[in-house]
Ligand binder design. Structure first.
Ligand code: PLP
Length: 378
C-alpha cells in the first residue's frame, strides 16, 4: 500500500481532483481514535485489538495514541509489526493452530498468552518456559446464532472437551483462562450472554478458578442500518459475567477487529467498463478489497459519484457487478441496485470498509494496488 503524506478534506474532494484509477482506502483517524477510546474506557476490562482486521501501521499508531496497549496477534509477522511500534505492548496469540517454531518465536518476543482448543496445542506449550508465567486461554464453541458468519467450524472445542483441556492446563501450572469468538459482525448481544453462561459451566466442570475470560471479537460495525450501541453489549457482558461467576469473577478481555476499525475507512472503487447487458466491471473485486462481499451478505452504505464528485441520483436498476480479474468467480453475489445513470469512470464510495480490506488484497491479474489517503471527514 502506498502511504500518503497528503491530507484531503474528504473522499469526494480527492476523487474529483485526482480521478484515481486504482481503488482508494480513505482513512479518518479521528473516527478510529474515538472508537479506540470507547473500547479503552467503556469495555469492562482490557481491550486488545485484533491486528488481522487492519495491520496498517498508521492504524496501529493511532490506536496506541488513543490508549490501546494490547493486541491480538495471529502470526510471527503480526508480532514483528506490533513489536516494531510498541515494544512493551501485551500480546495475545489467539490463533489456536500454531507450529512449535511459531510458539517459540512468540515466546522469545515476549508473548505470554496463547489460546488452545486441543490437548495437542496445550502439550506444545509445555516446552516454552515456566507455566506460571503463561496464560492458556481455552477456546470453546457453541451453536449460537447472531453473527453474519460463524467461526465455530474452524476453531473451538466443544464445552466438555474445553473443560478437560482447562483442567489439564491448570494442573500443569498455566494461568487458566477461557476464550470464545461468537462470529464476526454479531449484532445480537445475547450471543455473548449465552457464551459467558457456558464459560461459567466449563470452569465449574473443570473445578478451575479462571485467570481471565476473553469474550472475543465479533462486535458489529455500523453498516446500512443504525449504529450499534456497543455500550449495551458491554453492559450485558459485565452483567452476564457477574452472574456466571458469582465468586471469583474473572477479569475480562475483548479483542475487537471489525468494530474497532471498520467505520474509520471508506473504500472507493471505479467503474472500468459496462458491457452490453449493463453489467459493471470494477477496478476491485473478491481478490481485493471486496473479498468479504461473498461471505458477509449485508447491506452497505454507499454512494455512486460521477468523476467530478457529483452524486448520481434518480431511478435505480438491478446490476451485476464484476471484479477486474479474468476469473469468473470474481463477481459480487446477487444483483445490486445502482442509479440507472451510472457510467464508466464513475466511483462507488463504500462506507465502513476499514476491516479485512488491506490485509487481504491480492495482486492477482496485476490488480490490488490499493492507495491509502487520509481525510478530515468521511
Ligand atoms: C481470535 C480472534 N480474535 C478476534 C478476531 C476479530 O474478530 P472481529 O473482526 O469479528 O471483531 C478474530 C477474527 O478472525 C479472531 O480470529
Amino acid at each position: 500500500m502506498n502511504i500518503s503524506a497528503e491530507i484531503w478534506n474528504s473522499p469526494v474532494s480527492y476523487l474529483a481532483a485526482r480521478r484515481p484509477e486504482q481503488p482508494v482506502h480513505f482513512f479518518h483517524p479521528e473516527t478510529l481514535r474515538a472508537r479506540a477510546a470507547l473500547f479503552a474506557r467503556s469495555f469492562p476490562g482490557l481491550a486488545s485489538y485484533a491486528v488481522k482486521a487492519n495491520p496498517d501501521p498508521a492504524v496501529i499508531d493511532n490506536l496506541l495514541a488513543a490508549g490501546i496497549s494490547a493486541f491480538d496477534v495471529a502470526s510471527p509477522n503480526e508480532i514483528r509489526l506490533i513489536r516494531s511500534r510498541a515494544p512493551d505492548a501485551a500480546l495475545h496469540y489467539n490463533n489456536p493452530a500454531r507450529s512449535k517454531q511459531e510458539n517459540a518465536f512468540a515466546y522469545g518476543a515476549g508473548v505470554r498468552s496463547f489460546s488452545v482448543d486441543s490437548l495437542a496445542a496445550l502439550e506444545k506449550l509445555r516446552a516454552l518456559g515456566s507455566p506460571a508465567q503463561i496464560e492458556v486461554s481455552v477456546r470453546f464453541k457453541l451453536p449460537v446464532a447472531g453473527a453474519v458468519y460463524d467461526f465455530g467450524t474452524k476453531f473451538g472445542a466443544e464445552p466438555d472437551k474445553a473443560a478437560a483441556i482447562l483442567a489439564q492446563a491448570a494442573q500443569a501450572g498455566f494461568r487458566p483462562s477461557i476464550t470464545f469468538h461468537p462470529g464476526t459482525q454479531c449484532e445480537d448481544p445475547d450471543a455473548w450472554a449465552q457464551y459467558i453462561a457456558e464459560a461459567g459451566r466449563i470452569a465449574r466442570t473443570a473445578g478451575v478458578t479462571l485467570h481471565r475470560l476473553n469474550v472475543g471479537g465479533g462486535f458489529p460495525a455500523q453498516q446500512a442500518g443504525q449504529a450499534p450501541d456497543l455500550r449495551r453489549f458491554f453492559n450485558i457482558i459485565a452483567r452476564s459475567t457477574a452472574q456466571a461467576f458469582p465468586e471469583n469473577t474473572p477479569a475480562l478481555v475483548c479483542e475487537p477487529g471489525r468494530a474497532m476499525v471498520a467505520e474509520a475507512f471508506a473504500h472507493a472503487v471505479c467503474v472500468r467498463d459496462i458491457n452490453d447487458e449493463g453489467a459493471l466491471f470494477l477496478n476491485d473485486g473478491i481478490y481485493g478489497g471486496l473479498s468479504e462481499f461473498p461471505v458477509l451478505p449485508i447491506a452497505r452504505r454507499h454512494a455512486v459519484l460521477a468523476p467530478d464528485g457529483t452524486p448520481r441520483r434518480g431511478p435505480e436498476r438491478k446490476v451485476t457487478v464484476f471484479g477486474p480479474t479474468c476469473d469468473s468467480l470474481d463477481v459480487l453475489p446477487g444483483e445490486h441496485l445502482l442509479p440507472e445513470t451510472v457510467q464508466e469512470g464513475d466511483y462507488i464510495l463504500i462506507h465502513s470498509m476499514g476491516a479485512y480490506v488491506n490485509g487481504v488484497t491480492t495482486a492477482f491479474n496485476g490488480y490490488g494496488n490499493l492507495e491509502r489517503i487520509t481525510v478530515l471527514s468521511l
